[in-house]
Design a protein around this ligand. Structure first.
Ligand code: CIZ
Ligand code: SF4
Length: 308
């Protein structure tokens, strides 16, 4: 989607600045199409965390939400991590707090805390291991069998992954407001409209939605699934930006959002213009205080090592 859509100049300027400043542009799968198209890498938080850690760039422009930029800062403290839109947060991540989690830990001494990457750096610092939706099952399977598991903050990912992993978990009752907008009726209606389509949904969806799907996949898993499956049409149950990612990476097939309302307002705060301005001025910078970073690092490193 280069020239002709009004974004070409800004995209060229972003790339020019990145070259001059030795910056890398990372964009999450839920970002606006024109932001995805201007990025060096588009992916999920696991893939982007790995890119951040491995990159030689001095500056990381993270087009996503705050916890993702924080995770990059935890893994790559020597780099300057820029979040173009400082207000871009994750409401699910805000549903778990340090005091509440500490209380739960006190009630279950010896339990391992497995935290979804959608958490603050402070919550990560209280966790034994982090996971993403791409490796949650493997991470749970890796917890020593004699330990209880506390899973935060997503009840839907937690219960889905626990079932797959054959483990019991103590669930924190958080959820993604965007994914919970996707309802069973949306899936039923989409299947009636597109009877040949396979249904692929994200594990952040409500249990009855996941139960009605042909596959439950992380966003990276969705790319793999749609590429490998013989079906030519797919109903996609996740944030709307994913349809662009799939159209780009697995072209020639058709993707229908399960509902048009599953749009994460925080993900959409980042515009191409804001990304250019942020890189030009090299702010806002996301940094994690050293004591928090040191405690969170182990949990994040374990996450990055799972599911290679
Ligand atoms: O892990 C991520 O990046 C999120 C939020 C979704 C996914 O499944 O990729
Ligand atoms: Fe958070 Fe949901 Fe938005 Fe992802 S889509 S950033 S989990 S609110």
């Amino acid at each position: 989607m280069g020239a002709g859509n009004g974004f070409a100049e800004l995209q060229a300027e972003l790339k020019r600045l990145a070259r001059v400043k030795n910056a890398v542009i990372l964009a999450h799968n839920y970002q606006r199409p024109e932001v995805q198209d201007a990025a060096d890498f588009v992916g999920d938080s696991l893939g982007l965390s790995r890119r951040a850690a491995e990159s030689d760039a001095e500056i990381i422009v993270f087009c996503g939400v705050d916890f993702m930029a924080e995770t990059a800062a935890i893994l790559a403290p020597e780099k300057r991590v820029i979040l173009p839109e400082a207000r871009a947060c994750c409401p699910m991540a805000q549903m778990v707090d340090v005091e509440g989690l500490q209380e739960l830990k006190d009630q279950h001494p010896g339990a391992w805390v497995v935290s979804y990457v959608n958490t603050s750096a402070e919550v990560k610092a209280l966790s034994d291991v982090c996971c993403t939706s791409a490796n949650a099952v493997q991470v749970l399977q890796g917890v020593p069998a004699d330990r209880e598991i506390i899973f935060t903050p997503d009840r839907n990912l937690g219960s889905w992954a626990a079932r797959r992993a054959g483990r019991e978990v103590i669930l924190w009752e958080g959820f993604c407001p965007t994914h919970e907008l996707i309802q069973l009726e949306d899936i039923v209606r989409a299947k009636q409209e597109h009877p040949a389509a396979k249904v692929v949904v994200h594990p952040e969806c409500a249990p009855e939605v996941s139960a009605a799907a042909d596959a439950v996949e992380s966003t990276t898993g969705m790319v793999r699934y749609c590429r490998g499956d013989p079906a030519q049409e797919f109903i996609i149950g996740t944030e709307a930006g994913m349809v662009h990612r799939l159209t780009r990476d697995v072209p020639g097939k058709k993707y229908y959002p399960a509902t048009r309302s599953a749009v994460c307002p925080n993900m959409k705060l980042t515009t191409l213009r804001k990304a250019v301005e942020a890189l030009r001025w090299e702010r806002p910078v996301v940094a994690v205080p050293r004591d928090v970073r040191e405690k969170a690092l182990l949990a994040v490193q374990r996450m990055v090592e799972y599911g290679r």
